[in-house]
Design a protein around this ligand. Sequence first.
Ligand code: ADP
Length: 176
Amino acid sequence: MKVTIHNATLELVEGDITQQDTDAIVNAANRSLLGGGGVDGAIHRAGGPKILEECRQLGGCETGDAKITTGGNLKARYVIHAVGPVYRGSPRDAELLASCHRRSLEVASENHCRSVAFPAISTGAYGYPLHEAAPIALRTVMDYLRSHDDITLVRFVLFGRAAYEAFAQALRDLTT
Ligand code: ADP
């Protein structure tokens, strides 16, 4: 599914984020930035040890923030390591989830990226329900694209049918 937002394309695909050829891919990292399971493990496996080496120099990352490394052996030139919230069922969850998406795009802009791929941050080990996370992630990206001209493609790469369908439903709700 694909929509146009201002001068950009916002796209949803089902797939594996490590295979994306966008300028940057976003990692759903933890605050240590020293690796983990899920999409984080997959990115470090596919990108090689160089990424973890760079991460060690970054001194961790606060929840709601994002930091950048090169892409190692990945097709993407950069990995943007974003830290989403552990889901607690509090209003703060949504703020922090929005913030890590916004910060990822700001860091992408600072590094002259024109295309960025996101996973469904916080919806795995961190327990954020897909149907709650999807509209927050999408709305935050749409707001950013409406107010910035430099990024012309944002692709959400959803792992499995359920994640794709949750994002597709949320995008339909936001655009109709
Ligand atoms: P978090 O700790 O932020 O919840 P996880 O990595 O556990 O991070 O999960 C975040 C999302 O990433 C989940 O929806 C999970 O299914 C998805 N995911 C796992 N592996 C990949 C991958 N290779 N590409 C894209 N998404 C992935």
